[in-house]
Design a protein around this ligand. Structure first.
Ligand SMILES: [Zn+2]
Length: 212
């Protein structure tokens, strides 16, 4: 029996999303991105685990343990912000399949510049020539403002410095992907897999990416 996606290779895996059998190559390449995998598919779960372990190993080897501790500290302060930014990236990637890691990096650089200016008391939003970059930086800024503008610390208000640190953290991770992976969308694929299409809206509570 042939894979129903590529119609070339042997179908060896039952795909619960397609309700048919597909080949391991299509499963590996498209799961969580083009295929809307249910979260309990064993191939999906295994694939996530493998991918995350691989990246963690590579990054630990390159940067040591310090960036991880720092990221965990930032994350624990406000997991919601991390999850919302990830979700915004995944959502935009689904809307515009051409979005690249480089464009995300550019958008986040704009956000940082904007926050730095704001710290000096000037409200100015840095823009790019690229429409999708502007869209993304606007969305990330909206998410951050939701928290920096809250009146009370107890309600999850964060400082501009914290907001900047979070964006910096994302930027470092994306740059790592840009450097290590020749696929120009690798980071976006990675993030999208943690925010599957249908359950995306209900996943705001926490980012699964932080789990080791
Ligand atoms: Zn196939």
């Amino acid at each position: 029996m042939k894979c129903i996606i590529c119609e070339q290779r042997k179908a060896k895996r039952y795909c619960p999303a397609k309700r048919r059998s597909i080949c391991p190559v299509c499963c590996g390449e498209k799961r969580g991105v083009e295929i809307n995998c249910p979260l309990d598919c064993p191939y999906y779960v295994e694939g996530q685990k493998y991918q995350q372990e691989k990246i963690t190993r590579q990054r630990l080897k390159k940067e040591g343990v310090q960036p991880y501790i720092r990221r965990a500290e930032l994350y624990n302060k406000n997991p919601e912000i991390f999850a919302k930014i990830e979700l915004a990236l995944a959502t935009l990637f689904r809307m515009d399949g051409k979005l690249t890691n480089g464009e995300v990096a550019e958008a986040l650089e704009l956000v940082i510049k904007t926050l730095d200016t704001e710290k000096k008391g000037i409200l100015y939003e840095y823009r790019s020539e690229n429409r999708i970059v502007n869209e993304l930086s606007g969305r990330v800024l909206d998410i951050l403002r939701e928290y920096t503008d809250r009146t009370q610390v107890g309600q999850g208000r964060v400082s501009l410095d914290y907001a900047r640190d979070v964006v910096e953290e994302f930027l470092k991770e994306i740059r790592f992907y840009i450097e290590m992976d020749s696929n120009p969308q690798s980071y976006l694929i990675h993030v999208s897999r943690y925010h599957p299409e249908k359950s995306g809206a209900t996943q705001g509570g926490g980012s699964l990416i932080m789990s080791p």
